[in-house]
Design a protein around this ligand. Structure first.
Ligand SMILES: NC(=O)c1ccc[n+]([C@@H]2O[C@H](COP(=O)([O-])OP(=O)(O)OC[C@H]3O[C@@H](n4cnc5c(N)ncnc54)[C@H](O)[C@@H]3O)[C@@H](O)[C@H]2O)c1
Length: 387
């Protein structure tokens, strides 16, 4: 493997090195429906939790705020966050929702509305989402809809939430008929990421988030992918490289979201691995794999399909699979028949005119969207992995 050039490291991460902190901006186009500048900063810094209050003030947010969290994350981090908010003169209340994907529902949202109304929250009050993607998605949806929209900030506490769900403005809840079916695009005012909170995250949750980090390298930045390869063990043990990895992942997501806020085109490259991954999650009842694990298998399969279709070489596929499995992520799953796989993927929203749409790999750092014929797909799924 090519050694990672130090000059590149200096260039990409010099800001982080000198300032011990990095702020990335999500630039958004002006919208006739939501006047004003909706662009917002993502700040990544170790220990940031203690200065969220001051930074909210600097972002023009003050007064009353509701910290939405769950009992476990709350027990770990609420006190520090509340101290920081009060220290900056804000007036916070805490609202807890039960921990778990099964509570990402309209019923939970309704309970939060009840509380906000009882507390007489107004349109200038701020929602603060403290937690993983479940809390973030639901709190964002509350913010999008309460009094027709109030400001909110994200304080994501899982790696997945830090590099993915807290950035980009997709908010929402699940419906009995499917995940994330009810929601809104609604951008936060700021995202505050403290990599130190990952120390308490279960290892499997952390590794699952690394799957999404790898994804950013594959879709947009070969040099970042090499950085991940080179620093695998340091990332796994949460050394400083994790801050850099979060920054770069957020910068890539910010760039893609800036260009296509509502997923009418480019943004769908963020779905690399998700067409296979969603099918695997659905067929295994959402219990066998964590989301990032299913996406990891999906990414490995998308890479193999790309090779099968003659779009990429073996080396790219091998590197993707090696990096994922080096992080401890699964890269294959047997036991789903090709017809079941195809049938399940047909229900995915990326199906167009009978063909199934995939994000496929041309090279590490470069992907394309392609509609794949079901016959070819069946041939691919029926064959053996070539590695
Ligand atoms: N909005 C988006 O763009 C987007 C993108 C991807 C995923 N999602 C959504 O994100 C959700 C998954 O998010 P997730 O993976 O963060 O899961 P999660 O929010 O359920 O968190 C996983 C577990 O980790 C615990 N936890 C959180 N932070 C912790 C910490 N610092 N220390 C110890 N424990 C901690 C939580 O209490 C929970 O039990 C799904 O609902 C998915 O649909 C949204």
């Amino acid at each position: 493997m090519e050694p990672f050039p130090e000059a590149f490291l200096q260039k990409v991460f010099s800001k982080a090195k000198t300032e011990k902190m990095s702020t990335i901006k999500v630039e958004l186009a002006l919208s006739p429906y939501m006047p004003g500048d909706r662009s917002y900063p993502i700040t990544v810094e170790r220990g940031l939790l203690d200065s969220v209050g001051r930074r909210m003030r600097e972002a023009g947010l003050g007064g009353r705020c509701a910290v939405i969290t769950n009992p476990y994350v709350g027990s770990l981090y609420s006190k520090r966050l509340l101290d920081s908010l009060r220290g900056a003169g804000l007036d916070p209340v805490t609202i807890e929702m039960p921990d778990g994907e099964e509570y990402k529902t309209l019923s939970s949202v309704s309970l939060v509305y009840d509380r906000l109304l009882k507390e007489r929250f107004e349109r200038d009050s701020t929602i603060v989402a403290l937690g993983g993607g479940v809390v973030g998605d639901m709190a964002g949806f509350v913010a999008a809809t309460f009094l027709r929209g109030v400001p909110y900030v994200q304080v994501p506490t899982t790696l997945l939430a830090q590099v993915d769900s807290s950035v980009g403005g997709k908010t929402g809840v699940n419906h009995p008929l499917g995940k994330n079916l009810i929601g809104a695009f609604y951008q936060p005012k700021a995202v505050f990421i403290d990599p130190d909170v990952l120390n308490t995250l279960e290892k499997r949750e952390f590794i699952s988030g690394l799957g999404e980090v790898v994804k950013y390298g594959v879709i947009r930045d070969g040099e970042f992918f090499s950085f991940l390869e080179k620093n695998r063990d340091r990332l796994l043990s949460l050394k400083d490289e994790i801050t850099r990895a979060i920054e770069r992942a957020c910068a890539i997501k910010a760039e893609v979201v800036s260009m296509d806020e509502r997923e009418t085109g480019l943004r769908s490259i963020l779905n690399l691995g998700h067409t296979f991954g969603h099918a695997i999650e659905a067929i295994t009842g959402y219990t066998k794999f964590k989301h990032g694990e299913a996406v990891s298998i999906g990414m490995a399969m998308a890479a193999e399909l790309s090779f099968f279709l003659g779009l990429t070489g073996k080396d790219a596929v091998r590197r993707i699979k090696d990096l994922l499995s080096g992080f401890g992520l699964p890269v294959s799953f047997r036991g789903i028949s090709p017809p079941d796989f195809i049938e399940t993927m047909r229900f995915d929203k990326k199906v167009k005119e009978g063909k199934i749409r995939f994000v496929l790999v041309e090279d590490i750092g470069k992907v394309i969207l392609k509609d794949v014929d079901e016959g070819k797909l069946k041939g691919f799924l029926s064959g053996e992995s070539f590695l």
